[in-house]
Write a protein that binds this ligand. Sequence first.
Ligand code: HEM
Ligand code: CA
Length: 918
Amino acid sequence: NGAERPKGSGKKMRRQYSIRRPALLNRNPSHVDFPGFEESIVKYDPSGLGFEFQLPFNPQYQTGFETEPTKSSDRSKTPDVQQESTHAPEGTEAPVPVYSTTPFLEPIGNSYYSEYTSSKGSYKLASPSGAASPEGPKKYGGKYSYYCPKVGGYHSQCRPAIDCSVWYEVALSTPGSACTMEDGDPGICCPDIPYNGNGEPIKKTKKNVKCEHQCIDIYSVNAAAHAGRFQLRLMDEIEKHLTASKVTVRPKSSQYTHSLFFQSKTESQEFCRGALTSIETTRELGKRFQLTPDEAGFGLTQFHLKDTILSDTCYPEAMCDETTIHSPFRTLDGSCNNIKHASWGKSRTQYQRILVPAYADGVWLPRRAQNGSELPSPRLVSISVVLDKNTPSEAETTWVMQYGQFLAHDLAFTSFFRMNNSMSIQCCTEEGKLLRDTELQHPVCLPIEIPEDDPFYSKFSQHCMSFVRSIPAPRSDCRLGHGEQMNGNTHFLDQSNVYGSDEKQSAAVRTFQNGTLKSTPQKGHQGLDLLPSDDSADTNCTLSKDVSGIDPPDDVRCFKSGDTRSNQSPNLAVTHTVFLREHNRLAAELAYLNPSWDDERLFQESRRILIAQMQHITYNEWLPIVIGRTKMQELGLLPLQHGFSEEYYKNLNPGVLNEFASAAFRFGHTLIQGKQDLFNRQRRKEKHILLRQHFSKVQEVYKPGNLDQFLTGLATQPGQDFDNYFSKEITHHLFEEEGKGFGLDLVSLNLQRGRDHGLPGYNAFRTICGLQRAKNFNDLLDLISPAIVERFELLYDSVDDIDLYIGGVSEDKAEGALLGPTFQCIVADQFLRLKRGDRFFYDLGGQPGSFTEEQLNEIRKISFARLICDNSFVLYTQPLVFRLESIVNKIVDCDSSSIPRVSLVPWQESREKPYKRS
Ligand code: HEM
Ligand SMILES: [Ca+2]
């Protein structure tokens, strides 16, 4: 029945719009078995609105859209499932293929009930080959097309996979849950999405410390403020000295590449200096009055900076005028999302914390051990606990990782200090030794000591890994006290990595014509554009001839997007490209439907839809894998099937948690594949790239056809599992300079970053997350393997000293989740804030930014598979791209209704039904 694809679907043009479908037939009859169940069936209408364009409206999408003929001979090909090790490129064995060995493009419709074949809209009985389920369709004498078994103990219905995303594992383990929808395309039997619980956000801790020293008056504070300012001038002098002495970062070195992505921007510099002055003032007061760390870090918050000579270091109050408050569109910098607290979630504001910080001096110095001694070197922790072992995921694709990184770059951008002259700060000698001479050490350096006998770096005589501290943000309460780090991006899930985090960044990526974003047209890509080039980049993103075999092509440039990190790896750039194309596709479609809309309206409406789509994909497809359905239900994070959500907590700060950005959400680093595969349309592996050669090199993305192969690779290659295993590509070769043989260690950077930010130890978070606080190392055995606990005991003096990051990645998985309970709890809390604290959350009703119900129901049809299908030449994919192909997640044609389309007709203003916001 592969020949029975919808007629005309060979034209790619058609794939962008809903295909008119016959009236609903053969509705899932599961209610027959269960009297009284009928009322509760939520009818799924895969027909959309029968929206069909007669004429192509955008010539951009016309050329080259002939798809490959789907000949039956093609369909009989089996995929090459042989895969080689990717996590550990050096000397590990090829893993056993973990994904289904179902032949590539097995006839569609030939699902679990193999005796049925389908044609659009009706079913015919094929030659029976034995019922696949004891209560199979035969029970109904062929009257009904199929029978859905109970899934997870609940009655289920046959729906597009995307509507069963949260039930996926349960459906997969239920025989007979692969079904055929009434139009013949494959679906999954699953129950309705469960009702949400009403779990609350974690209560943030506070430390109320009374400063006993009554003699600290405002004069003393101002005197200390002068000393604070002096510290900054001193830093300026040290910088001059360092520059004169040529203690700088060499271009192309790993530190240089690191700084390309994370160095602070000019716009943040001023805020950073103000914040640092107030931190230095607090430290100075601590010294002058011999305060305890708690008194300095928490007690001094009694002083409001407005009363001191540092009043100009506070943020100016964000002002929201009436137009902004009533606008259906978010501001670009996230301000005025919360009307009362206008700067909540705004870019360049501080991260918030669940637990108060544990700086060594209470104010700013990195955390130390409980007994006051040094913590073990992060690199020592990394080599003692972390292995590079290939543990491919049994169920998920590399997309889980890649989407996660994209999401991380929407939510957090922690930049580090740079010099006043914009140059990067060097914290080790050029030869990789610690800088002994304190004169030559920049005060914001926190170099990582590499042990003498390091099994890897000793081969290169490296004893020091450069590390520059993160910049602080002015405290949102405008008071003296401990430091807080700055999030350079908007805290909301709002695609700031696409659109930028302020007006200026956004202007740099817009064309200001027809609502579109800038792009680079590609002849070789047959009309589908790449990201625009970043002409200001003082680096190049080409590969050397040694790696690519060709001279660096002239037209290859670094890409530009709303976030500075889009060139970090080819697959990240590819992900950005999908979202860029989708924005421009939406803008073109909206322009067709609403010819009167100007550039601004088209831009904002497309942006609003794209953000909504990404929010839906995140909560419907990605989070159920990462934190699991049960946790989501408990906290009220499951997507609704219909209607609006009403839960907006105007008193809930949506801001990103420091614990989330600097530890928990870095869990994704354990999922990274060292070798990233490129697969062709037949899902045969064409080649792979070795990550170390492609950091900051996006040349491969330019090669015609590669983008689609990266996309297919991400949907085919299993991801690595969540564990304490990390690929060498990031623990030995991060940002490696070609020919050097070594780069940085991301695990060490993560650990040092946590200490730099004053994050309390792992044990403190166990308590917050409802686990038992470990009184000794043995108490960790409930979640961490004995071998690792033993290592911890050797490394750390006290169980309270264990760094959050290493503790978190060492935990066993929580039930039904990818993450261990502690990271699950922090990540879940963040996504609760991002949902209930966002006035523009996509399914929220009753707000100026709310969609109409009709529009919302369209948004709910989006899947990541649909975004890929509509914005590339990928022609076939499994409907749930975060999950490996399986019996319930078979590869289908992108035209299939198994991957529903979003119709934009409800956005057409001139329709009979007026465009109305609820
Ligand atoms: C090829 C893949 C990746 C590379 C090379 C990479 C590299 C890095 C680097 C170098 C940092 C900064 C380290 C520091 O100095 O503190 C970082 C931060 C981070 N990474 Fe990754 N990462 C990757 C994938 C991921 C994934 C899959 C996730 C999540 C699912 C993730 C989440 C984060 C987060 C949340 C941060 C902190 C961001 C910030 O605060 O600015 N990363 N990553
Ligand atoms: Ca954002």
